[in-house]
Design a protein around this ligand. Structure first.
Ligand code: PLP
Length: 404
């Protein structure tokens, strides 16, 4: 049977303590033991099924983790308080002093800053490379390399990682392939394509209501257990734990992710096609002009489309700023970082979500000043949105600047 992430979520069955249709929320930080010996056994990892302390695990977090593991097709998952909590735990769990990471250079600015400025303090070095150049990827691997790191669809340039090919390279060199799938939940299933660990910022599409931050690590039972180990587990010891009330609310939102993702993708494709026809400089994986359109098609779960993110180059930072302010004034969306909301969100990543990346490096990777990243919302009438956005572009003269 073909792998379908949304069906896997749907197939789970939960009952609450009193037969409720939602699992009960575990409103406790600590748990009692009837026998003192069971507490000791649980600490030592020799007793399954007992809860110890909510930084280690809690029923609510395990429910959400189970649903996200089902979505990604992994054995297990561990939720965390934020996407960065998930990313930092994975990288520090897998690497020790003297180790090396090969990472895509087009990644979320926070991840870039963590690898560039923070992990070197612990003797962990990173080479940032063009992940679409497989020869370069292979050439950057050293005898100390432990991790190959990328985003399935990169933030903000929407480059596509060839996960199947990267997985072959990782296996040949005994590396862990770690993929951040935040931009493409349901559309791309990295673990099914060969990734060892899949990470999400739940803050974005998966939660979808922009009311919390959250993260998840999906992987093998052994890896997830190692993260929770009381002696040397990064999730347990660094402590980025999610609160039970939040995991319960994210689980409820997760159940409608498939409907939302289809609408985000449908709306983004519509706008991308219309604006490209009008001559604007648009980047969207669903357009034939996207350099990796065919690659994306070879990786995706078709029914969820090409995703909710697109970029438009307004030509200059000034134009980009004027355009974003005008669009917000006309209630076409919000000038805000983050993504996956019901409203369209937009920002100029060079000065916002990717500002941690030095300007010179932004230039080499093709991140221009005027680039606006859009997370397209769930607008009911996307033609109406198109007409209004077009009015904004034309009234600011953006068209004459970047017409191709
Ligand atoms: N990964 C990607 C691709 C992101 O865009 C972000 C945040 O913008 C993160 C990770 C970090 O997630 P969080 O803000 O939940 O820590």
């Amino acid at each position: 049977m073909e792998f379908n992430p949304a069906d896997n979520i749907q197939d789970l069955q939960y009952f609450g303590e009193f037969g409720g249709v939602n699992p009960s929320i575990s409103d406790s930080s600590t748990y009692t033991f009837i026998a003192a010996k069971s507490m000791m056994d649980t600490f030592e990892g020799n007793l399954e099924g007992c809860y110890l302390y909510s930084r280690h695990s809690s029923p609510s977090n395990l429910y959400l983790g189970q649903a996200l593991a089902a979505m990604e097709g992994t054995e297990a998952a561990n939720v965390s308080a934020s996407g960065m909590g998930a990313i930092s735990s994975v990288l520090l769990q897998l690497c020790s002093q003297g180790d090396h990471i090969v990472s895509s250079r087009t990644i979320y600015g926070g991840t870039y800053a963590f690898l560039k400025n923070f992990t070197p303090k612990f003797g962990i070095e990173t080479s940032f490379i063009d992940i679409t150049d497989l020869e370069k990827v292979e050439a950057s691997i050293t005898k100390n390399t432990k991790i190959l790191y990328c985003e399935s669809v990169s933030n903000p340039l929407l480059e596509i990682a060839d996960i199947k090919a990267l997985s072959k390279i990782a296996k040949a060199h005994n590396l862990a392939l770690v993929v951040d799938n935040t931009f493409s939940p349901l559309q791309i299933s990295p673990a099914v394509l060969g990734a060892d660990v899949v990470i999400h910022s739940l803050t974005k599409f998966i939660n979808g209501t922009s009311d919390t931050v959250g993260g998840v690590i999906c992987g093998s039972n052994d890896f997830i257990d190692s993260l929770r180990n009381v002696n040397d587990g990064a999730s347990m010891l660094l402590g980025p734990v999610m609160d039970s009330f939040r995991s319960a609310s994210i689980l409820k939102n997760l159940r409608t992710l498939h409907i939302r993702m289809k609408k985000h993708s449908e709306n983004a494709l519509y706008l991308a096609q219309r604006f490209e026809q009008d001559g604007y400089k648009i980047m969207y994986p669903g357009l034939k002009s996207h350099p990796q359109h065919e690659l994306y098609k070879s990786l995706y779960n078709q029914e969820y489309g090409f995703g909710g993110l697109l970029t438009l180059d307004a030509g200059s930072l000034e134009k980009a700023d004027d355009l974003m302010e005008l669009m917000q004034e006309r209630n076409l969306g919000y000038l805000a970082v983050s993504l996956g909301f019901y409203k369209t969100l937009f920002n100029a990543p060079g000065t916002a979500t990717s500002s941690e990346i030095p300007v010179e490096e932004q230039k080499t990777m093709g991140l221009t000043d005027g680039l606006i990243r859009f997370s397209i919302g769930l607008d009911n009438d996307i033609e109406r949105t198109y007409q209004d956005m077009k009015y904004c572009l034309e009234s600011l003269g953006v068209a004459t600047l970047v017409k191709i």
